[in-house]
Design a protein around this ligand. Structure first.
Ligand code: KIV
Ligand code: ZN
Length: 536
């Protein structure tokens, strides 16, 4: 491949535009609170992404706050971007949220496919162009760096797309984003679309072409690379491929493809690839979206060799069956690190190496949980620590905590649970219930105390590390009556306790999102807890 002139499409550097915190967060059940988004932002900076799409400020006060606080945290280390529709009030809101950013970017756009124009927007092509131009000009009134997205570009009429892009570039857009919003494109056609844009849009040589692909047909990475091969110099992606439906292009896949196949692409990114695995684990923990074991680059089996022939080959020379050195992506150096004798300092140090920068209160909470775990388990692994950090409700305003839990079950026997919940203002609630099994009994007992309408739609348990004493991590998803999904996590060597914590965590998230306090949904008056009970 050769690059003839020095325009924006022929530089050798591909910019990584990370949208884990915006499109990634749109994965059902992956919503993150502001503290969690800040934690991920710190790790994205260590990873070395160029642009962080921090949210959609007009969509909710939470998103507005996240964009604003991420802008403050990032400083001049990356561009911080806020999404908008081609709606002037959205742009006002993004501009206000981005005031904290040293390098702000407004990302505005409109649907361009026949389906979007007719069914979603019910406007003509000319009206769409007018709205897009007005949006870009309005955004230019606030910031220099304005990115325009042509939503559903892969299904648009190319001639109309060229007209739209010509108009928004003339209006001042600095980056044009060509999304395959529905994951419909095939690599050859998507590459040709980018090539066509380069040939037919006046002014295109002065702006950056970005590609944003969804994975509905499993083509997101291939389409992104086809776009890059044809001149795109910004790729929009998410860690672990999180995102709407089947997700977005996975950052780790594009970055490693560009690196391992530099012979074909001849391009580089600014990514510190040794931070990939750490980032993947953190995002998986925080979003509660488990990475499939055979996922490229970051799956648990990505560097595991099980057949005898493969093992023999690897022992002779890794390159026989391995194209990536696991160390290059930060894989394979999980070690036994801490024990019950380790102090706060050692814990903080190890957490920092794992990418977590905790405040004093948060560290204290994790330290207590760590000591409790170290009592059960002699060897505490990095994975255990990650689970402990991410178990708690990090909104810091949990409506209630699970104080005590007693369960009896067996065969024959009637699974029965007694739970004690303590509200944020210190009121105690106790109730018992039987159920089909111990977990069912716990959930029913909690539901007897709290009348919070929800359906349990997913329950999964996995061992965080190997061995009989492994920490069990429970992830549950509950659905509110409006269809919104909330995720809860619980980690404990006793999976029954982990299950109770996971449900508590999910209910707390639902209640925090709707500003519900325990007193509003409590079905009974607070219990009088006897002194004896409190002391034990
Ligand atoms: O998929 C898409 O088209 C998007 C745009 C908002 C950029 O996410
Ligand atoms: Zn998208």
């Amino acid at each position: 491949m050769s690059y003839s002139s020095d325009n924006k499409q022929t530089t050798f550097r591909v910019q990584i535009f990370d949208t884990t915190l915006r499109d990634g967060e749109q994965s059902p059940g992956a919503s993150m609170n502001v503290e969690e988004k800040l934690e991920i932002t710190r790790q994205l900076l260590r990873l070395g992404v160029d642009i962080i799409e921090a949210g959609f400020p007009a969509s909710s006060p939470g998103d507005f706050e996240a964009v604003s606080r991420i802008g403050e945290l990032v400083g001049d280390r990356a561009i911080v971007c806020g999404l908008t529709r081609a709606v002037l009030s959205d742009i006002d809101s993004a501009a206000a949220a981005l005031k904290t950013a040293a390098h702000p970017r407004i990302h505005t756009g409109i649907g361009v496919s026949p389906s979007h124009l007719k069914n979603k927007l019910n406007i003509t092509e000319d009206v769409a162009i007018e709205k897009a131009v007005a949006a870009v000009k309005h955004a230019k009134g606030y910031v220099d760096d304005v990115q325009f997205y042509a939503e559903d570009a892969a299904r648009a009429d190319p001639e109309f797309l060229y007209r739209m892009l010509t108009a928004v570039i003339a209006a001042g857009a600095t980056v044009v984003n060509i999304p395959d919003t529905t994951g419909y494109a095939l690599p050859e056609a998507f590459g040709a679309l980018i090539a066509g844009i380069r040939e037919n849009v006046p002014g295109i040589e002065d702006v950056t072409i970005s590609v944003h692909c969804h994975n509905d047909l499993g083509m997101a990475t291939a389409n992104t690379l086809a776009g890059v091969a044809n001149g795109a110099r910004q790729v929009e992606c998410t860690i672990n491929g999180l995102g709407e439906r089947a997700g977005n292009t996975a950052t780790e896949e594009v970055v490693m493809a560009l690196k391992q196949r530099a012979d074909t692409f001849g391009l580089e990114t600014g990514i510190a690839t040794t931070e990939i695995m750490r980032t993947s684990k953190m995002v998986s923990q925080i979003s509660s979206i488990i990475v499939q074991p055979n996922k490229a680059i970051v799956g648990a089996n990505a560097f595991a060799h099980s057949s005898g022939i493969h093992q023999a080959g690897i022992l002779k020379d890794r390159s026989t069956y391995e194209i990536i050195d696991p160390k290059d992506v930060g894989a394979g150096d999980s070690s036994i690190v801490l024990s019950a004798r380790s102090g706060h300092h050692a814990l903080r140090h190890r957490l920092e190496l794992l990418g977590y920068d905790l405040g004093d209160d948060e560290l204290e909470r994790v330290y207590k949980a760590f000591l409790e775990l170290a009592d059960h388990k002699k060897e505490v692994y990095d994975e255990d620590l990650e689970a402990l950090v991410n178990e708690a409700d990090r909104t810091f305003d949990a409506a209630f905590t699970l104080e005590r839990l007693q369960v009896s079950c067996g065969t024959p026997g009637i699974p029965t649970a007694t739970v004690e919940l303590v509200s944020r203002d210190g009121a105690t609630y106790i109730d018992s219930c039987h159920g089909n099994g111990p977990v069912d009994a716990i959930y029913r007992a909690i539901n007897r105390i709290l009348n919070v309408d929800n359906d349990l739609i997913e329950f999964s348990i996995q061992a965080v590390t190997r061995g009989i004493d492994a920490l069990g991590e429970v992830t549950i998803r509950i659905k509110a009556p409006d269809g919104k999904v909330y995720t809860g996590r619980g980690a404990h060597p006793d999976v029954i306790t982990a299950s109770a914590r996971a449900y508590t965590n999910a209910l707390n998230r639902l209640m925090a999102a709707r500003a519900i306090d325990i007193a509003q949904v409590a079905t009974q008056a607070p219990a009088e807890v006897s002194a004896v009970a409190v002391e034990e």
